[in-house]
Design a protein around this ligand. Structure first.
Ligand code: BTN
Length: 321
């Protein structure tokens, strides 16, 4: 974002004169006006108050590496290798480019917008500037590729814990790892395998997208919501949300590495949005009533003739209305 310094000055919502802004930024008043126009092109709503100056009317929630780090549990901070980017194709792709084999630090990439945000099953993830959280973390696990199935669900529980700790109620999970509110999808998780270092040691990229301030989205083919729309009285900060999610993911990854999936079954199932609902696996290959998950994180369908597990992976479930 080219106008970051200007927006930071206007972010108090007060009226500031062109002269004041020019002095603070060390540029001419004409240059200030050009920056104001550029910021408006980037989506900020700035009013010109005649004879007085400029006022930022839209909400700003700038990403700040220091604030993100402050929000992470103290024990984890020294190991976090955080990069906050203005724009990137995809935070998952960026993390894949830099993920060092065998490093002790935990790489985290967060961006203000993504030009090629990736969703599950080859979909595009809408990633408008300044509105949402786009975060990727690199984690290393022992246990071979099979850790991936359970990990997807574990990450869903971690994100739900983080959002609830910040005041979001009613967070639901849609198998395997979509984050839901009763009003629609709030976020998604894309787990991508980076590679196997040595036998059984796998590097995984965990990409997390949360709708924070988004109020409109084109080309989204399902009900969705954002934290600001669903909880308008709460002032949502992307920095705080990022810090809470990073901590919660590291807590969960530690527990998952030590004890496996066993402790995640109940917290996942408690938030299952399909429990007791009529559902089918996409493609129609299985249908029944949602009955939670088994010990390994497979989804259970009660078909009437018995309980049938649906394996984690690329199958997706939907409600039959
Ligand atoms: C889904 O389809 O529900 C998963 C969406 C995952 C989106 C996040 S945003 C941060 C990270 N970078 C990406 O390109 N995708 C993930």
């Amino acid at each position: 974002m080219k106008s970051k310094a200007l927006i930071a000055l206007l972010s108090d919502g007060l009226v500031h004169s062109g002269e004041y802004l020019a002095g603070q930024l060390g540029v001419s008043r004409t240059a200030v006006w050009k920056q104001i126009r550029r910021a408006m092109e980037e989506g900020f709503v700035i009013e010109t108050i005649r004879g007085r100056g400029y006022q930022l009317v839209s909400n700003v929630d700038l990403l700040d590496a220091g604030e993100i780090i402050d929000g992470i549990a103290e024990d984890y901070r020294p190991r976090i290798d955080l990069r906050v980017l203005d724009q990137v194709d995809s935070t998952n792709a960026e993390l894949a480019r830099e993920f060092q084999a065998g490093s002790d630090s935990i790489p985290v990439v967060i961006a203000d917008c993504q030009t090629e945000g990736r969703g599950r099953r080859g979909r595009t993830w809408q990633s408008p500037r300044g509105e949402n959280l786009y975060l990727s973390m690199g984690l290393t696990f022992h246990g071979g590729f099979s850790v991936l199935d359970g990990l997807s669900l574990v990450l869903g529980v971690a994100v739900a814990n983080a959002l609830e700790s910040l005041g979001a109620d009613d967070i639901g999970l849609k198998w395997p790892n979509d984050i839901f509110l009763p009003s629609g999808k709030l976020g998604g998780i894309l787990v991508e395998l980076q590679g196997e270092l040595q036998e059984g040691v796998v590097q995984v990229i965990c990409g997390i997208g949360i709708n924070v301030h988004m109020s409109a989205a084109g080309n989204v083919d399902q009900a969705w919501d954002s934290l600001s729309r669903a909880f308008p009285r709460h002032e949502w900060s992307r920095n705080l949300i990022a810090g809470a999610i990073i901590s919660a993911v590291l807590d969960a990854a530690h527990e998952f590495s030590e004890r496996g999936f066993v402790d995640f079954r109940e917290p996942w199932q408690r938030r299952d949005i399909f429990m007791g609902k009529k559902i089918s696996a996409r493609g129609g290959e299985a249908a029944g009533t949602g009955a939670g998950i088994d010990q390994g994180g497979n989804y259970l369908l009660d078909t009437g003739d018995g309980i049938v597990p649906v394996r984690a992976g690329e199958i997706s479930l939907r409600e039959v209305k």
